[in-house]
Design a protein around this ligand. Structure first.
Ligand code: HEM
Length: 505
């Protein structure tokens, strides 16, 4: 009886008490070190969140001002949760180059309902094994197959833009978004959604809605608990979109598996010929194949990875392409240089773009890189420390969340003289060689870098070169008139307002 009683007491009292004390001790320990760092004055319980209680479109400015004031390193408290803000290349290197600090921060949890623990959000052994398995699917020979899809979808975009020629200024952002969605849907899942033709697509609307609602939820702490969120109007819309998105990817996976039961469709990715001859291959096929041959993935794990590609693979490239259009539309002298380069590649011929052409677009590539420096699509990335680190002589304890602010790292004046100026020559080889290797990291760096960067560059060059080949663009807003939104991606609040006209041959 005594034994039963003492076991019960341990289970009900001692063990929970042990964990409560341990967690309290951890928090005290973290606070002791964190509060040595500079940072805005924190209120008990709320920390610094109330200072962020501004309109959504003002948030970026508040963070920017705070950063300028406390650089090169500072802390903030989001309620009881400590964040340390990383703003310098040498500090970013400590974290990004390490294979220990690969765990994502709290912020990514809001993507869980949609993406589960796919490559972007997972950590530990799941991330390791999936990364190893998925890396070969981004082999350049496979990407070459996706080029065909990109060409086809970009042709549709070029036709759609014709209607906007010599017309009043318009927002180009939705045009680029739909084209990028068409590309990623067909390359990730192998099925067309025809976003550029079917403007009422339920799937496309759900993607728009879920991205928007994820942000809304992040900045409303009372909606963090799912039990509350799901009863709110916002939560109801969110879960409706989620059902549409998951329903679509599950259906595609089911159908693809069924289709693959026919052995003639199985690919041998080792053989060049096979890679070159199979048409409309999708990442999904490669995942199914890798799963059949090596580490088995459940249907739900495959769904998480496909949804991750859908998310990471369209918003980021859209933002980046739009910023290039804005910068070239505001700097005609650089637009002329890009066009000169295109003329030297095509020599006035009206032929399709080829992969070889893309490799010759050196100036355009420098423009894209410079645009990603000034406006990195992913403005900050988050990590949770798995062990204590020392940064700038401060001990930053295990358990702290880090905000690695790519936007601010890219503006360090000792690395980029005149950092606010659009200068594609920043990416001449001799200038790159002078910089810290982590001074420019739009795709992150180290073990958790972006797996899709070659895909992204291929898509950007294809889309931008075709737009600029056929149309002259003019941006209608000055930078001072624009409002940056620090959301899932860094985008201008009111899109990119341009006029376009047909280029005279
Ligand atoms: C201009 C375009 C893009 C930019 C700027 C970009 C940037 C980034 C960054 C900064 C990360 C690290 C995120 C973090 O640590 O939290 C990342 C990760 C990732 N990106 Fe991209 N990305 C782009 C395009 C793409 C595309 C086209 C795909 C897929 C087709 C893709 C798939 C991924 C995936 C799966 C990860 C997670 C990798 C891992 O943790 O192992 N990205 N990207």
């Amino acid at each position: 009886m005594d034994l039963i009683l003492s076991t019960l007491i341990s289970i009900l009292v001692i063990i929970p008490l042990y964990y409560i004390l341990k967690s309290h001790h951890n928090k005290q320990r973290i606070a002791k070190y964190i509060d040595k760092l500079p940072g805005p004055k924190a209120m008990p319980l709320f920390g610094n969140v109330l200072q962020l209680k501004v309109a959504r479109n003002k948030l970026f400015k508040v963070i920017d001002q705070r950063t300028k004031r406390y650089a090169p390193l500072f802390r903030s408290w989001v309620g009881p949760v400590p964040f340390v803000h990383i703003l310098r290349p040498e500090h970013a290197e400590i974290i990004m180059s390490s294979s220990k600090h690969i765990e994502k921060s709290l912020t990514y949890k809001f993507l869980y309902p949609w993406l589960g623990t796919g490559l972007l959000t997972s950590s530990g052994s799941k991330w390791h094994s999936h990364r190893k398995m998925i890396t070969p699917t981004f082999h350049f020979k496979i990407l070459d197959i996706f080029f065909e899809v990109m060409q086809e979808k970009v042709d549709i975009l070029i036709n759609r833009l014709k209607n906007k020629c010599e017309k009043p200024a318009f927002d180009v952002y939705p045009y680029i978004t739909l084209c990028a969605l068409d590309i990623i849907c067909e390359t990730a899942m192998g099925v067309p959604i025809d976003a550029q033709k079917d403007l009422e697509s339920e799937y496309v609307k759900a993607i728009y809605e879920i991205s928007e609602l994820t942000i809304q939820r992040t900045i409303r702490p009372w909606m963090w608990p799912v039990g509350i969120f799901k009863w709110t109007e916002m939560g109801k819309k969110y879960f409706k979109s989620l059902r549409i998105l998951h329903g679509f990817s599950r259906k595609v996976i089911r159908e693809r598996k069924e289709f693959r039961r026919n052995p003639a469709t199985i690919l041998d990715t080792e053989k060049e010929d096979d890679i070159g001859t199979k048409k409309r291959l999708a990442f999904l096929d490669l995942l199914l194949q890798a799963s059949a041959e090596g580490t088995h993935l459940t249907d739900e794990e495959i769904r998480e990875e496909v949804d991750t590609f859908m998310f990471e693979g369209h918003d980021t490239t859209t933002a980046s392409i739009c910023w290039v259009l804005y910068l070239l539309g505001s700097h005609p002298e650089h637009q002329d240089k890009v066009v000169e380069e295109l003329e030297s590649i095509y020599g006035g011929e009206n032929r399709a773009v080829t992969l070889r052409d893309l490799t010759e677009m050196k100036y355009l590539e420098r423009v894209i890189k410079e645009a990603l420096r000034l406006f990195p699509s992913v403005p900050f990335i988050g990590r949770t420390l798995n062990e204590d680190v020392v940064i700038e002589n401060y001990k930053v304890p295990k358990g702290t969340h880090l905000n690695i602010q790519l936007y601010h790292i890219h503006r360090c004046a000792d690395q980029f003289p005149n950092p606010e100026k659009f200068n594609p020559d920043n990416f001449l080889a001799e200038n790159v060689a002078k910089r810290h290797p982590y001074a420019y990291v739009p795709f992150s760096a180290g073990p958790r870098n972006c797996i899709g960067q070659k895909f992204a560059l291929m898509e950007e060059k294809t889309m931008l070169s075709q737009i600029l080949r056929y149309y002259k663009i003019e941006a209608k807003e000055k930078f001072e008139q624009m409002n940056l939104m620090n959301e899932l991606v860094l985008r201008p609040e009111n899109g990119i307002i341009l006029t376009i006209s047909e280029r005279k041959k």
